[in-house]
Design a protein around this ligand. Structure first.
Ligand SMILES: Cc1cc2nc3c(=O)[nH]c(=O)nc-3n(C[C@H](O)[C@H](O)[C@H](O)COP(=O)(O)OP(=O)(O)OC[C@H]3O[C@@H](n4cnc5c(N)ncnc54)[C@H](O)[C@@H]3O)c2cc1C
Length: 398
């Protein structure tokens, strides 16, 4: 019981788990490969289901202060300019229905808030520049092996090492990430340098087109604009072939609305992330080892819930480790049982929406009719399972 719980990965999932366990008196060693635990510096949307988790961790007030509260989620057709969907994120009906506000926050700010809280908990030991290559275990404990040639002992291991998790690969050697053929570009523009058409927006604005979407929202008290642009890379074209790729983007932009051309004109096309996810896969636990966050259930960004699911995981796992601390096998088996279907639903609905967001031709025409028929009440009902889950408990600390 004296050996620490090892956590591999200092992303939002790993840091939140370290914080939750440390606050409950568990010794924790967090192992992160980067020299500094620092996230990629872009925005993240956090659904109303997630703030209660951050409240459990004692950081809700700080998060609220650092957050931007968008007025609405808008989905628009990039070519015709038609409005397909408007989901109000403020007002009486939203507040009566959902447990917390919908927020946008700079990932660095959220991460920093969690890290500051972790550093105040003496039970948690942060180990940076430590790359884990694999694990082994006995009946009594677990060991991780590092690229630096060391072995670190623990009583349990939480693998929160992200979409391309090495520990998941050890557990499930034949499972691979699913590449979508799309790439994302992320950019933050100071608000006073953002095109005027973007500056007037007070919510999360998304334009959908055949093989692409762009999405943007203000951050940090409306002083910055966070932009994500996602494009399908045509067959045979290298995503690194800048000349041909730029021509491809110009071809997409040409028939689009002026606001879409404005946003594409300020996107940094040099930096790109290949978009991938995982198939839902049972078997997150192997004895004293469990997967968590993207390592367990990486999802496409369509519902903006990958980080949200990692944070919900952290809350559930901490409660179970507290209840079954001497028996990680039991805690981890229950963890998967409680979290599998919800996270699988996020993965599969995100895939279905991926088509909705990127289709063209008759598919897009039918999609437009279907979405425009929905009232605000219909839209809220679609989000109930995700934003106001009755089945996912938000556990109280002991
Ligand atoms: C373009 C884009 C937009 C997104 N927008 C949203 C959004 O709006 N809302 C939302 O909820 N989600 C969003 N997501 C998803 C979200 O970013 C992820 O789901 C979330 O970051 C997963 O957190 P995690 O802690 O599981 O993994 P990660 O954040 O990937 O953290 C994994 C950590 O493990 C470390 N690591 C990896 N391998 C090792 C190793 N071998 N040894 C030691 N350390 C290791 C990494 O350095 C990293 O720090 C978005 C994703 C993308 C790509």
């Amino acid at each position: 019981m004296n050996d620490p719980v090892l956590i591999v990965g200092g992303g939002l999932g790993g840091v939140a788990t370290a914080l939750g366990l440390g606050q409950r008196g568990h010794r924790v060693r967090l192992l992160e490969q980067s020299a500094e635990i620092a996230p990629i510096g872009y925005g993240v949307q956090i659904g109303p289901n997630v703030l209660p988790v951050l409240a459990q961790l004692g950081v809700e007030d700080e998060v609220r202060r650092a957050a931007y509260l968008p007025d609405d989620l808008l989905l628009l057709d990039a070519v015709t300019g038609e409005r397909l969907v408007r989901v109000p994120l403020k007002g009486e009906s939203f507040e009566a229905r959902f447990p917390a506000p919908y927020i946008c926050i700079h990932r660095v700010d959220l991460h920093e808030i969690l890290l500051r809280a972790v550093r105040a908990v003496p039970e948690v030991d942060l180990n940076q520049a430590t790359t884990v290559t694999g694990y082994s275990q006995t009946a009594h404990g677990v060991q991780v092996h590092t690229e630096q040639g060391t072995r670190i002992e623990g009583r349990a291991l939480v693998a929160a090492d992200g979409l391309r998790s090495r520990l998941r690969a050890q557990m499930h050697p034949s499972d691979a990430t699913r590449d979508t053929g799309y790439v994302a570009h992320r950019t933050i523009v100071p608000m006073d340098q953002a095109p005027a058409s973007l500056r007037r927006r007070q919510g999360v604005t998304m334009w959908t087109g055949d093989g692409f979407h762009v999405i943007y929202y203000p951050l940090r008290d409306h002083t910055e604009m966070n932009i994500v642009a996602v494009f399908r890379v045509p067959d045979g074209m290298e995503a690194t072939d800048n000349g041909a790729y730029r021509t491809h983007i110009e071809t997409i932009a040409a028939p689009s609305q002026a606001e879409v051309r404005d946003v594409i004109s300020v996107v940094n096309l040099e930096r790109r992330w290949a978009i991938g996810d995982r198939n839902p896969l049972r078997g997150w636990a192997d004895g004293r080892v469990t997967l968590l966050g993207d390592a367990a259930h990486a999802t496409l960004q369509s519902l903006a819930q990958g980080a949200g699911m990692a944070l919900e995981d952290a809350a559930e796992l901490c409660a179970l480790m507290d209840a079954h601390g001497n028996d990680p096998h039991r805690a981890f088996a229950l963890f998967e049982r409680r979290r599998f279907v919800r996270t699988a639903r996020v993965q599969l609905e995100s895939r279905a929406l991926w088509h909705t967001y990127h289709c063209g031709g008759v598919d897009a025409q039918v999609r437009t009719l279907q979405l425009q028929e929905r009232s605000t009440e219909d839209l809220y009902r679609c989000f109930d399972w995700l934003w106001a889950p009755a089945t996912v408990r938000v556990p109280q600390p002991a």
